[in-house]
Design a protein around this ligand. Structure first.
Ligand code: ZN
Length: 340
């Protein structure tokens, strides 16, 4: 069955065609148009419509590179359905190398947005209308926030069995059920009936080869799962661990930090987690784990103060085979810390 034309941002894309579009997202101080980079790939054959978005936070660069590689791999002649790729959603944040928009708003709290609201609201509205609306599934690519790194992981809404099944196919080492944050792309898409996999991997302002590769492979694997492409690479991780709850462990003493574990590590009760010393070598704190868990995120800053979040630890759930369908966040802090 041949698919029909699709219309994205007012442009008709015929079956078997890719169109690179640049809808207006904002304007610069000098009055020039600031555009959203968007590739619309309409497959030769009919199928689902999927979107891939990255850099909703402007300092989270791994997804930008993942989108570039994906676009290189996707051929409309061999595609069933349509893929909308937006490598940079927060175009204003990227220009100033910032997680936030120039007015300090978080774009991932501005969805669904409005045509008459803030900078964030207007960009969110454009993405809601032209990218999310009409899609069957979305993949939103993130990294950890400033001075932190995340092990590659997929976050899905608790109880969203469709998204969880896709997340396991994705093949990142971990799947975390995380609450829907009001105003986030994922929450609004969920309300619109569009399941979204939020990918987290690596740290801001860097390309992390492992995280980029997990994101590319995983996206292709999900596309294969829903019949859009014939072949996909093997999973980055054979048996993703599904994790239910997570929390940040915080420092009680200030000083120089030595972590005794890293992202992806399994930790047991009583296992040493970190030591804090003064610059003159006095040991200030030696902290051990109270529970079993997996380290899914960690600070990258070796200097700590009381209250600073050091390790993001999630509790183990059920280990699921990669191809099975499983049946089965206080104030600004967790949001900032997680990178989502
Ligand atoms: Zn993010």
């Amino acid at each position: 069955m041949t698919g029909g034309p699709i219309t994205v941002a007012g442009v008709t894309v015929e079956p078997g065609e890719r169109r690179d579009l640049s809808p207006s997202a904002s304007e610069s101080y000098t009055g020039d148009r600031t555009t959203l980079p968007l590739a619309a790939i309409n497959g030769a054959e009919d199928g689902p419509r999927v979107f891939v978005t990255a850099a909703v936070h402007g300092d989270e660069l791994n997804g930008i590179e993942a989108c570039r590689r994906l676009l290189d791999l996707l051929d409309p002649a061999d595609l069933n359905g349509a893929v909308i790729v937006v490598p940079i959603v927060n175009v204003l944040g990227v220009q100033i190398v910032s997680r936030y928009l120039p007015d300090r708003r978080d774009l991932n709290r501005a969805f669904p947005g409005s045509h008459t609201g803030s900078m964030a609201a207007r960009i969110a509205r454009l993405v809601t209308d032209e990218v999310i609306d009409g899609s069957d599934l979305g993949i939103d690519l993130h990294t950890a926030a400033n001075h932190r790194t995340n092990v590659p992981q997929i976050r899905v809404a608790a109880g969203d069995e469709v998204a969880t099944a896709h997340a396991v196919t994705f093949g990142a080492p971990f799947v975390l059920t995380a609450k829907l944050r009001p105003g986030s792309l994922r929450a609004v898409a969920h309300e619109m009936g569009v399941p979204v996999l939020t990918f987290e991997g690596g740290q801001p302002l860097r390309f992390d080869e492992d995280a980029v590769e997990v994101a590319v492979r995983g996206t292709l694997r999900v596309m294969q799962r829903i019949g859009m492409i014939d072949d996909a690479p093997p999973p980055s991780h054979d048996s993703p661990m599904v994790l239910a709850e997570s929390r940040w462990l915080r420092a009680d003493r200030g000083g120089l930090l030595e972590l005794h574990c890293g992202i992806g590590d399994h930790i047991d009760p009583e296992q040493p987690l970190w030591t804090t010393t003064s610059p003159l070598g006095e040991e200030r704190a030696s902290v051990s784990a109270s529970d079993e868990g997996y380290v899914i995120g960690a600070t990258t800053l070796p200097l700590v103060q009381p209250g600073q979040a050091l390790l993001h630890v999630a509790l183990p759930g059920n280990r699921l085979p990669a191809e099975d369908d499983p049946t089965e966040e206080e104030d600004e802090d967790p949001d900032e810390l997680d990178g989502d």
